[in-house]
Design a protein around this ligand. Structure first.
Ligand code: PAF
Length: 281
């Protein structure tokens, strides 16, 4: 696996692959890789001859007081995992390789970026959209893979790609879970052993809510009950919302393709998860 730090080195390698007629699949990450990321790389290999992975802890998607400084940086372990998974190139830029100090452009997907996680983390999705757009321009991949665990992020990126005519095929990949049901996340490392056991209740609450939707219980009642269940377990929920999966608007009784989104704090860790399903009419 090649490891490159600069945009010019990256472009040089990609040019030779392109000249050989090879397609490129791209997996952007912030490192501290877990099985969910490795699944993205494995899936990427089905889409292209070459797989490029980036590790870049993007400062613009962290708000004041968030965990940018303490975000786990585990480059040596990450490199070994990516090489074992069969990635062809790891792009490891410095902040100054991605952002010039006088940068004046931000990509903002209106509406979608200010609800749910966007309301709890103002500016977060502008940071995500901007860096993903920049990475797409740098790598110019044919396809890019993102985990469905970050459902709202995936919706923001799909909308950006559609609205800006970015010629990249966006592939969503299913969430990888621990045996307990807890969605794998780089931030799970912040949880104590006790908190990790409690954290599994996030997915259990989502499953119970989905079952309640499927037997026809009123959505507002399900949301309120789920919030109370999480609070009783020790979570501080930001939101628990039954939504339409295409635009994340609040779901009504006529909607078929649904997703239930949740974000909740457990101790000092903010966890997000979701469950997508279709409701037969
Ligand atoms: O999901 C992530 O790890 C990040 O938000 C992403 C997409 C790599 C952008 O920094």
């Amino acid at each position: 696996m090649l490891i490159v730090n600069t945009v010019s080195e990256l472009r040089c390698t990609i040019k030779t692959w392109r000249q050989a007629g090879e397609r490129i699949a791209f997996v952007p990450t912030m490192g501290n890789l877990h099985e969910g990321h490795i699944r993205l790389v494995t899936e990427a290999k089905q889409h292209a001859e070459r797989v490029v992975v980036s590790i870049f802890v993007n400062p613009t998607q962290f708000g004041p007081g968030e965990d940018f400084d303490s975000y786990p940086r585990t480059e040596t372990e990450d490199q070994a995992k990516l090489a074992a998974a069969g990635a062809d190139l790891l792009f490891l830029p410095a902040v100054s390789d991605v952002y010039t100090s006088d940068a004046k452009t931000t990509v903002s997907v209106s509406g979608l970026s200010t609800i749910y996680c966007g309301a709890a983390r103002p500016g977060h999705f502008d940071g995500v959209a901007t860096v993903v757009c920049k990475l797409f321009n740098i790598v110019q991949p044919d396809s890019a893979l993102f985990g469905r665990k970050d459902f709202q992020q995936l919706a923001v990126i799909r909308t950006m790609v559609r609205d800006l005519n970015i010629p990249v095929d966006i592939v969503g990949v299913d969430t990888v879970r621990e045996a307990s049901g807890l969605a794998m996340s780089s931030r799970n490392g912040y949880l104590s052993v006790q908190e990790k056991q409690t954290a599994a209740q996030l997915y259990q609450t989502l499953c119970a809510a989905r079952d309640a939707v499927l037997v026809g219980k009123p959505y507002a009642e399900i949301e309120q009950l789920s919030l109370r269940t999480l609070q009783a377990a020790g979570f501080k929920p930001d939101y628990f919302a039954i939504c339409r999966s295409d635009d994340l608007a609040k779901a009504g009784s006529q909607d078929i393709q649904l997703v239930i989104l949740v974000a909740a704090r457990l101790g000092k860790t903010r966890l997000i998860d979701n469950i997508a399903f279709s409701r037969a009419m």
